[in-house]
Design a protein around this ligand. Structure first.
Ligand code: NI
Ligand code: MN
Length: 226
């Protein structure tokens, strides 16, 4: 069983067979986070795109833990120039890591890095864990029809944005669930700031009325077995 922990906004940790995989670890300056970048364990840090609310504390955490940062080539090079050990990949490509296969997926969004550097194209991650679970972290994205292809992979869990304004809103996220057909879906990228406030209970009810997916809602620092 893998363990999923939610740190708030779009920051997660997946623990699988003793390996800690952080995703978009925005902790410092995250108004809802209750975990310090000084405490969080990491072996790998997956960065979906260059925005500061996703790159977050990647450099500090990688420097403290020696974790390998995994991202597109442009972001990997930017991190590597700051002394971070990196694994560069790109959209459509995957690699067999010790914990399983990780593939970068497309996302409809931007990717400028915090200092204005070019961050390449934004993405998401499809993780086929060695222990047998398939997880999809969409990253910040608008709805796209090829989510159906990602759904063909057979998803145990899909983590998708619902906040609107910068990403899909609740209506498009509902269509995303239809395309992705996950066993479980977890909404993210909402309620962090007023601009992306959403009624998540209402969205959960709509998903459960229209699909087979179970909706996972975690409090900040909450965990679930997946
Ligand atoms: Ni973004
Ligand atoms: Mn974002």
């Amino acid at each position: 069983m893998a363990k999923l922990t939610y740190y708030g906004h779009a920051a997660f940790q997946v623990e699988t067979e003793g390996t800690h995989i952080l995703i978009d670890p925005f902790l410092t300056g995250n108004p809802v986070a209750r975990t310090s970048a000084d405490d969080v364990p990491a072996d790998y840090i997956l960065v979906t795109h260059g925005h500061s609310d996703h790159v977050g504390d990647t450099v500090a955490i990688a420097q403290r833990t020696g974790a390998v940062a995994v991202s597109n080539a442009e972001i990997a090079h930017w991190l590597s120039r700051q002394g971070v050990e990196t694994h560069a990949m790109h959209i459509g490509g995957g690699y067999h890591f010790p914990f399983g296969y990780a593939k970068m997926t497309q996302a409809l969004h931007g990717s400028e890095l915090p200092d204005g550097s070019y961050g390449g194209n934004p993405g998401g991650f499809l993780l086929k864990l060695k222990e047998g679970k398939t997880l999809y972290f969409a990253g910040d994205t608008g709805l796209f029809g090829d989510m159906r292809l990602i759904g063909d992979e057979g998803l145990d869990l899909a983590v998708i944005p619902i906040g609107d304004n910068f990403t899909m809103g609740p209506d498009d996220a509902l269509r995303a669930v239809e395309f992705l057909r996950p066993k479980t879906v977890m909404p993210m990228h909402f309620d962090t700031f007023e601009l992306i406030a959403q009624n998540v209970a209402a969205w959960k009810a709509r998903v459960e009325a229209l699909s087979q997916a179970e909706v996972l809602l975690l409090n900040v620092n909450g965990s679930a077995q997946i």
